[in-house]
Design a binder for this molecule. Sequence first.
Ligand code: G3P
Length: 245
Amino acid sequence: MISSYYHKHSVSYRNNEITIALRLAMELILDSAITEEVEDISKWGVLDGVTTNPSLIRKSGANFEDTIRKIAEICPGPISAEVTSHSTNEMIEEAIDLKSRLPKNVIIKIPCTPDGLAATKTLSERGIPVNVTLIFSVSQALLSAKAGAAYVSPFVGRLDDIGQDGLGLIEDISQVWGVQGIKNCKILAASIRSRRHVEVSAKLGAHAATIPYSIFTELIQHELTDSGLDKFKSDWEAVKSEGRA
Ligand code: G3P
C-alpha cells in the first residue's frame, strides 16, 4: 500500500524528506462550517482543508460567504463550497461566480447527478476543481472521475445507516482506482461517524477523509496517553522534590 501511494504521488518531493512525509499522509479535512471548530483543529498543525454543505451552513447559524472566507483564511485548503442550484447551466454559472469571488483555496462541491456530471466536466475543463458529493456507489465514483472531478466523496456513514457497508464502498472504489490507474481524482471518505471509519478509510487507500469536529477530537485521545502523562508528571514532581532537577 505504501509503495503504491508513494508512486501515485511522485511529484517534487525528492530533495526534501519532510515534504515526502507530508505527501504520504492522507489529507485530513474538517467537516464543519463552524469557524471556531476550524480554528481549534487548525492549531494542531495537521488540518489540510474543510468541507461544507448547505446543512452545515444552516447548523452554523452564520452567513455562507462570510463563513467560507473566514475558513479559507484559517487553513490551506481545499475548502469545499457547495452549489445549491440543480441544472447544469445554473450549477456552472453558480460555480464560476463563487470561484471568482471566493479565495483561491476554495473548490466547488457538486452533487452526483446527470446535471452535476455535465457541470463537473465543463468546470474541470475550465480548471475549476470539483468535489463530487453524495456518492453511494462505485459507478457514481467512476462517472465522476470520468467527468474530471478532483475529489469524489463517498458517504460512509449514510450507507451504514441503511444497513449497507460504507467502508466496503471505500475499499471497492480504491480497488477500481488501482486497476484503472486513476490518478487525478482523490477518494475523499465522507459522512464519517467514528475513529474506525477514519482509520480503515486510510488503510483502504482513501486519499482524504472529512471528519466532524467531535470525531477529530477523538482521534488524538487514548486513555493510556492520559495515564502515562499523569505518571510522568507525578514522577517528575518527585524528582524535583528530591532536589534532583
Ligand atoms: O460532507 C458531508 C458529509 O460528510 C455528510 O455527513 O454526517 O451528514 O452524513 P453526514
